[in-house]
Design a protein around this ligand. Structure first.
Ligand SMILES: Cc1cc2nc3c(=O)[nH]c(=O)nc-3n(C[C@H](O)[C@H](O)[C@H](O)COP(=O)(O)O)c2cc1C
Length: 199
């Protein structure tokens, strides 16, 4: 589930919220899973991965991750991302282009406090995406960290939120005979321009 804080009343956001509630009503599983693609400058490659979108606060779309992970390094070097959502229950794809940065320290702290001990133990104990010798090592680190956690454990600096602000949306809705509808919103000089694209 995605939590809406200070929901935006701008047109693409209203459209997004309508589709989100329609997909929820149609029992869409994994509704918060979004694919985020980023540019790896060093390798001259684009990389995609799913993350769980936790909040949309006005125009900020927020998920959480490891700040030393490959994705974090890529966001730092190139702050533009491409985000993709597919909700098969309503045959809808949403493509987003956005600029990404870290959320505020306070927001990350607050979210960390509200998570389960197990999730936080994993966030603390995992050096995300680094090569391991064995899975046993990961389990051992996790269980040792879990034992040390208390309700006062603070968020480590290397874990927190990322927030992206979209400047482009394309809502794609599948229809009979491939007469698919593609509705674009693009931000120009602070205003959303609308247009439709050929299927
Ligand atoms: C449905 C789904 C949701 C995920 N959510 C997150 C998430 O919220 N944060 C995260 O760091 N990784 C999440 N992952 C794991 C990432 O896809 C990825 O494996 C990991 O973040 C390492 O990515 P990186 O090496 O590009 O930094 C999720 C994976 C799946 C399949």
């Amino acid at each position: 589930m995605i939590k809406f804080i200070n929901p935006s009343t701008e047109k693409p956001y209203i459209h997004f919220q309508t589709l989100y509630h329609k997909a929820l009503a149609n029992d869409q599983r994994g509704i918060e899973a979004i694919s985020v693609s980023s540019y790896n400058q060093k390798m001259n490659e684009v990389e995609a991965r799913y993350v769980n979108l936790k909040y949309i606060d006005d125009n900020e779309w927020i998920f959480f991750s490891n700040y030393d992970s490959p994705k974090a390094q890529q966001f730092k070097a190139h702050n533009q991302v491409s985000v993709l959502i597919f909700w098969p229950s309503i045959n809808t794809q949403i493509r987003i282009k956005a600029l990404i940065s870290k959320t505020s320290i306070e927001f990350s702290d607050e979210h960390f406090k509200g998570r389960s001990k197990e999730k936080n133990a994993l966030a603390i104990s995992s050096k995300q995406s680094q090569t391991i010798n064995s899975y046993d090592e990961v389990e051992k680190n996790f269980h040792e960290t879990l034992k040390t956690l208390t309700s006062d454990t603070v968020r480590p600096d290397f874990w927190g939120g990322f927030s992206f602000v979209p400047y482009y949306f394309e809502f794609w809705q599948g229809h009979k005979n491939r007469l698919n509808k593609r509705y674009v919103f693009e931000q120009k000089d602070g205003k959303w321009e609308e247009r439709f694209l050929q299927p």
